[in-house]
Design a protein around this ligand. Structure first.
Ligand SMILES: NC(=O)c1ccc[n+]([C@@H]2O[C@H](COP(=O)([O-])OP(=O)(O)OC[C@H]3O[C@@H](n4cnc5c(N)ncnc54)[C@H](O)[C@@H]3O)[C@@H](O)[C@H]2O)c1
Length: 318
């Protein structure tokens, strides 16, 4: 299949990631069929998509008329068969559960046209964890988007053990075409590259938070005003080079001995999750948002966040 043969894209799962991925492909000119099991998930997703498009207009990224044009390219259905019958490319964004994804990929393999390419957005699984029922293994890959997917440029395009080079190249080109920043991951490992680096940092952040070394607000400020400030402009390895590698050697020789090497999330964090404090999704996490992501009022928090990201996005591409 060539890039111009991709016309119809299906997105399975309409939650945090699914709605943003659907929006990106629709904005890029593709017909998108968005699937979820419940009508309410689909109507919530469409509301979030409209809201995101309005934020794009306010940020000067797109013109007002693109809102309706983009929305007109998105159809929704609760029936998987209808969602994928015309698909040239399918991406799933259902929860990171191997059994759920295994059933889904088995169904997709049967329901989709022979030429269709199937992608997973998994954050922590590898393809062999859930593609046993799938015969077209050369046409299956992971495209790992970062939240919020319609704004954060990076998508990791993963060469799974049995993914063909053609599939990787084609989907890499597709992502470039819809103005993402795809990067090829040559060796499929759990967590890929982005989440491994991110989780290395978050392990230390949670440890410092649990020890009460600084307040949650100040921990975030330290990252935003310190190394986080540098990171969008220069990467971590460039940062090392622009410093003095001898200095980095001395610093890491001392600090690697004292920073967290925990194998589990901290107890305080576990208690928070068990209490249903899931962050923006439930309305409370490290900070209090007042209302759940799924309630209408929450859109304001998302909008405030997205406006900051849009400013960064403009800087990154300027
Ligand atoms: N949230 C993130 O920051 C993030 C970032 C990168 C990757 N991911 C990955 O993206 C995927 C989705 O994560 P999310 O955060 O969007 O989850 P989510 O819970 O917000 O959304 C998942 C959606 O899938 C729906 N769903 C469940 N089973 C389904 C099925 N069989 N068919 C159709 N829809 C179904 C759910 O109802 C829900 O609406 C996961 O694999 C996750 O690891 C998440």
């Amino acid at each position: 299949m060539e890039l111009e043969d991709i016309r119809n894209i299906s997105v399975i799962g309409a939650g945090i990631m699914g709605h943003g991925i659907a929006l990106t492909y629709a904005l890029g000119g593709y017909n998108v069929a968005l699937n979820a099991r419940q009508e309410t998930s689909l109507s919530n997703a469409l509301r979030h998509i409209r809201y995101a498009l309005e934020t794009f207009v306010e940020g000067g990224l797109i013109s007002q008329d693109m809102i309706e044009t983009t929305l007109s390219r998105i159809t929704t259905t609760t029936h998987l068969k209808d969602a994928v019958k015309a698909a040239d490319f399918v991406t799933e964004a259902v929860p990171d559960d191997a059994e759920l994804k295994r059933k889904l990929f088995g169904d997709l393999d049967v329901l989709c046209s022979e030429h269709a390419i199937l992608a997973s957005n998994t954050s922590t699984l590898v393809l062999r964890d859930f593609t046993s029922q799938c015969k077209r293994k050369d046409k299956v890959l992971t495209t790992h988007w970062i939240n919020p997917p319609h704004i954060v440029p990076l998508v990791e395009v993963v060469h799974g053990e049995e993914t063909s080079d053609e599939t990787v190249e084609l989907i890499y080109s597709l992502l470039k075409k819809v103005k993402k920043m795809p990067v090829k991951i040559l060796k499929e490992i759990p967590g890929l590259v982005h989440n491994r680096i991110q989780d290395g940092m978050i392990r230390e952040v949670w440890s410092l938070w649990e020890q009460g070394v600084a307040s949650p607000e100040d921990i975030d400020l330290i990252v935003k005003g310190g190394f986080g400030f540098r990171l969008a402009a220069i990467g971590p390895l460039e940062t090392c080079d622009l410093g003095d590698l001898g200095g980095w050697y001395i610093s890491t020789s001392r600090l690697f001995k004292v920073i967290s090497d925990a194998k589990e999330p901290p107890e305080a964090f576990k208690r928070m999750v068990e209490a249903g404090e899931l962050g923006l999704k439930s309305g409370k996490g490290f900070f209090d948002y007042g209302t759940s992501y799924f309630d209408k009022g929450q859109d304001e928090s998302v909008k405030t966040r997205d406006k900051k990201f849009i400013q960064l996005l403009k800087l990154l591409y300027s």
